[in-house]
Ligand binder design. Structure first.
Ligand code: MLT
Length: 206
């Protein structure tokens, strides 16, 4: 399918096969990744689903990210906010351009999980749910969003050197207080994704 200019470099894979209609996945890579990285993950999580995968516009030493940070784990909150809105606008434009029937489920890893969490907190109406691998709290919104009934899967790791367990629990609490139905699954691993993460998230997506 020819790519449409929607303001982000991206890849779009239309839905395939006769698998039952699945919601599209919005794939959000980690620091240093790109729009091709998570396509295999998307296919593993929801075979045949449409896949929409943008590349983060911020460069940190040449590595694409979805927002600026001042140091590891210290975010430029104004930039997080602006970029979350920009990405949410991209999602709306893509939904129209590619005639996506349903709102996408965001699937983000690390920095991609953090921008997805920021979208949940600032623009929840653009997403149909979220799978967040190794997320942190990206910002404290001025008012709590309405996430009533929205499904969110959190994939955390006990030996993650970047995301301490209390950070995961803090995000879970914020999402639950806003009404989201959160499933938190821990794996015995570090920051990188493991096959157990993929299995857990695939079972959650169903
Ligand atoms: C972030 O900057 O979003 C987090 O520290 C995760 C990372 O990208 O390393």
């Amino acid at each position: 399918m020819p790519l449409v200019n929607l303001g982000f470099e991206h890849r779009f894979l239309p839905p395939r096969g006769d698998a039952p209609a699945r919601p599209p996945l919005l794939l959000l890579h980690g620091t240093g990744g790109n729009e091709s990285d998570l396509l295999p993950l998307g296919e593993a999580l929801a075979p045949g689903a449409a896949l929409l995968s943008p590349r983060g516009k911020v460069l940190e030493n040449g590595m694409p990210r979805f927002f600026r940070r001042l140091a590891e784990g210290v975010f430029d909150v104004q930039d997080v906010e602006a970029r979350a809105h920009e990405l949410a606008d991209f999602v709306l434009a893509a939904q129209d351009a590619y005639a996506l029937g349903a709102k996408p489920i965001a699937v983000g890893f690390s920095n991609g999980a953090n921008i997805a969490a920021a979208m949940l907190l600032l623009r929840p109406e653009v997403l149909g749910g979220a799978v967040l691998f190794r997320p942190m709290v990206p910002l404290e919104p001025a008012r709590s969003p309405d996430l009533e009934g929205l499904g969110v899967f959190l994939g955390a790791a006990r030996r993650d050197p970047i995301v301490p367990p209390f950070e995961t629990e803090r995000l879970k609490g914020m999402l639950e207080r806003a009404g989201a139905k959160v499933e938190l699954r821990w794996v015995n691993a570090g920051h990188g994704l493991t096959p157990a993460d993929v299995e857990n998230a695939k079972a959650w997506i169903g």
